[in-house]
Design a protein around this ligand. Structure first.
Ligand SMILES: [Ca+2]
Ligand SMILES: [Ca+2]
Ligand SMILES: [Ca+2]
Length: 439
């Protein structure tokens, strides 16, 4: 198993007294892990991807005329002062995302001219949330002091995300997400592995792909929580904490976030997580052999393909490769179109019902009882609510009711224990949200 070999390689670094990235990004393994919890999940992710891809030409035109804005909340979960990274580092990371997702990053000049015909700007903007899910002003940053020294573990790098996912739960030493249908939640924490006293940086980040499941099957008792997780040293370009990757490789340009948000918006690794028979599903990205480009080697052309009549070399410049931060500088047009397709479908509320438009929330508009609940909840509310929706942990709508009389009941009987949200829409079209916990 590749993972085992990489793990062994990583642990060997113990003897060389240097840190070693065992697996730069665990997102593709996160999908496999979720499949083990919820059989059928991989099929669902594939169908979401196919749907987004089928529509991407429509969104190419749509994108020309609009800029999509995604509200971001950073959850800094720290055990040491160094892990409690400063606001200025998080704000810097937002700038990196905005540069990279609008092709404003200065290092596009480093992209080889081979890719001039395919490179493009996704035109997606990121903003720290200014209003929280309950309508109160916010910096878009939460800080949680945890007794957990690391959310990483040997189990995590061998395919179980149970330890990592604890950062997303207040009850497990992390912090619960904000409404995942309307915020991009980014947790920043330590995921290093302590191996006989030696700290090994096992991975830099992971993200959950957009999910199209209408609901979680009965019997599913746990699932991954939607969002992005970053190793704290990877955030921003002005982070005083650095990871020594060895060989002069740099990961100090904030591009772990660029890469993980790409997964969150539906992109796969550019090499398709496999050899030349496996590809990423995007027509204008050249395929590559398995996981080859940690090294920023611009001489490689590992798979034969035909894009605009040419067999392009491996695109180490692509943000969805594994190459180091200072080697990456570009998305392709096809990747941008696919992400817009996801924002128009699976992550619709993120850009169309986002908190930038929420004002004057009256928290008494709707009450939910009991909360926490073991089964059903009763909703009482004022007459001026036009729609009520039950939102799952993945940000997808589980049920929708128009109109719903005050005093009505919604059953959570068929859903697993976890955090849910009641989203309700006022007459003026504003969307509010209440958190509900099923025990
Ligand atoms: Ca491949
Ligand atoms: Ca491709
Ligand atoms: Ca090629």
């Amino acid at each position: 198993m590749k993972t085992t070999l990489l793990l062994a390689f990583g642990l060997m670094s113990f003897f060389s007294n240097s840190q070693q990235i065992i697996d730069k990004c665990l997102s593709h393994k996160a999908i496999q892990y979720q499949e083990s919890l919820t059989p059928g999940y991989i099929d669902q992710v594939n169908s979401v991807f196919a749907r987004a891809k089928a529509h991407q030409s429509n969104y190419s035109q749509e994108k020309m005329n609009s800029l999509y804005t995604i509200p971001v909340v950073f959850h800094v979960v720290y055990n040491t002062a160094a892990q409690n990274i400063h606001d200025s580092v998080l704000i810097n990371q937002i700038k990196v995302l905005n540069d990279d997702y609008n092709r404003l990053n200065a290092d596009t000049v480093n992209m080889r001219s081979d890719f001039d015909g395919v490179a493009g700007s996704p035109r997606i903007e990121f903003r720290l949330a200014q209003i929280d899910e309950f309508g109160a002003p916010t910096t878009g940053i939460t800080r949680t002091n945890t007794s957990t020294t690391s959310f990483g573990s040997i189990a995590a790098v061998t395919g179980s995300f149970a330890d990592l996912e604890k950062v997303k739960s207040t009850a497990d030493g992390g912090i619960d997400p904000w409404d995942q249908s309307r915020y991009l939640n980014i947790w920043v924490c330590n995921m290093s592995i302590n191996f006989f006293g030696q700290e090994i940086t096992a991975l830099l980040g992971y993200a959950t792909p957009p999910d199209g499941l209408p609901h979680w099957p009965a019997g599913a008792t746990s699932g991954m929580s939607d969002g992005v997780v970053l190793q704290f040293q990877t955030v921003g370009t002005n982070n005083p904490n650095q990871i020594d990757m060895g060989n002069g490789l740099q990961n100090t340009l904030g591009r772990t976030a660029t890469h993980e948000v790409g997964h969150y918006l539906g992109l796969r690794h550019i090499w398709g997580d496999g050899d030349c028979t496996a590809e990423d599903g995007i027509d204008d990205t050249p395929n590559a052999d398995a996981e080859s480009n940690f090294d920023c080697d611009d001489t490689k052309n590992t798979c034969v393909d035909n894009i605009l009549g040419v067999d392009l070399p491996d695109m180490i410049e692509n943000f969805m490769d594994y190459s180091a931060d200072d080697c990456q500088n570009s998305f392709t047009q096809g990747q941008g179109d696919l992400m817009i397709g996801v924002l128009e479908n699976e992550r619709y509320d993120l850009v169309h019902n986002n908190p930038a438009s929420i004002q004057n929330l009256d928290a008494t508009d709707l009450s939910v009882f009991p909360n926490p609940t073991s089964n059903s909840i009763t909703l009482t509310h004022k007459n001026n609510i036009t729609e009520i929706r039950l939102i799952g942990m993945y940000g997808t709508t589980l049920s929708s009711t128009i109109p719903l009389q005050s005093g009505s009941t919604i059953s959570l009987e068929n859903y697993p224990a976890g955090v849910y949200f009641i989203n309700y829409t006022s007459e003026s079209g504003m969307v509010f949200s209440k958190r509900v916990v099923k025990q």
